[in-house]
Design a protein around this ligand. Structure first.
Ligand code: SAM
Length: 273
């Protein structure tokens, strides 16, 4: 039997668990950014497939994927988040084909040996809390058939919105906080490292088991969630920003400059001889 051990990030998210949905999931910006990820998830994952979700938080995506005909094994390092996810499932979709498990992403290898998946999903920066992505790639590779899709949404290293917003507010430290590639996040008094890998670093961390298929910006013109009040006081603005994103999110110079970037990777097929 697995004994669950959390991490500082997990403990920090425990403290945020009951307010996370109102602060982010149900915010106008949170909904807008998630809508983009969902659209691509429906293209990447087939109905009937079994998806492993990493850092599932309060279960919003797991329940969405289950409604779309998938089975989901959803893990998170925060017991509080897992508890919220289970409440949500009991209230909204008690028969959903989802299992919520408290488990750190670094410990995926401790899932039962017999459990294999058709794809892997991670949304909104949980993987920015994981230092060793090479080890994760190896663990995931053991559980997936060749050709299996990974849809992973990371915080970017360079977020145009954040840079301009905080520079205009005279706070260069916050404007450039992601640039070093790692920064200390502080959530409710707890500090933990958050990593901001570049595309080249991610490509190399996931190689040779996985290859990068595409990168899409999430929250390019649509801003980060901390400017929610600015957006909600201008109702038509968000629609306009979404239209810009729809057009520009895959442009080479821009796709890594949003608040988040969504990577579609694929498990490499063995060479044919
Ligand atoms: C910003 S939230 C995103 C939650 C969810 N994926 C969503 O889309 O709303 C980040 C999540 O990552 C989880 N997390 C952080 N580090 C983790 C780790 N090492 N293993 C598993 N989960 C982790 C946190 O507990 C938190 O639920």
């Amino acid at each position: 039997m697995n004994t669950f051990e959390t991490s500082t990030a997990g403990l920090a998210f425990d403290r945020l668990a009951t307010t996370y949905d109102s602060l982010f999931t149900f915010s106008a910006i949170g909904r807008s950014q998630r809508k983009v990820v969902w659209k691509l998830a429906l293209k990447a994952f087939a109905r009937g497939s079994h998806i492993l979700e990493l850092n599932c938080g309060t279960g919003q995506d797991a329940l969405f994927l289950a409604k779309a005909g998938m089975t989901v094994t959803a893990c998170d390092a925060s017991l509080g988040m897992i508890e919220q996810a289970r409440y949500k499932m009991a209230a909204e979709a008690p028969s959903a084909t989802v299992e919520f498990i408290p488990l750190r992403t670094e410990e995926i290898r401790t899932l039962p040996q017999t459990q294999c998946f058709d794809g892997v999903f991670s949304n909104f920066s949980g993987l920015n809390c994981v230092g060793n992505l090479t080890s994760l790639a190896q663990q995931l590779s053991e559980r997936l058939p060749s050709g299996a899709p990974l849809l992973l949404c990371f915080s970017t290293r360079y977020c145009l919105w954040e840079i301009v917003y905080f520079l205009l507010r005279g706070d260069p430290r916050k404007a450039l906080r992601r640039w070093k590639g790692v920064s200390e996040a502080r959530l409710d008094g707890l500090e933990f490292p958050v990593y901001y890998p570049t595309i080249a670093q991610l490509r190399s961390a996931f190689a040779p088991e996985f290859r990068l298929v595409s990168t899409t910006a999430v929250g390019l013109a649509v801003p980060p969630s901390y400017v929610e009040s600015w957006v909600t006081s201008r109702p038509r603005l968000l629609k306009f920003l979404e239209v810009i994103d729809e057009t520009a999110r895959t442009w080479p110079g821009l796709r890594t400059l949003g608040d988040h970037m969504l990577l579609h990777l694929e498990k490499v097929r063995p060479c044919q001889v």
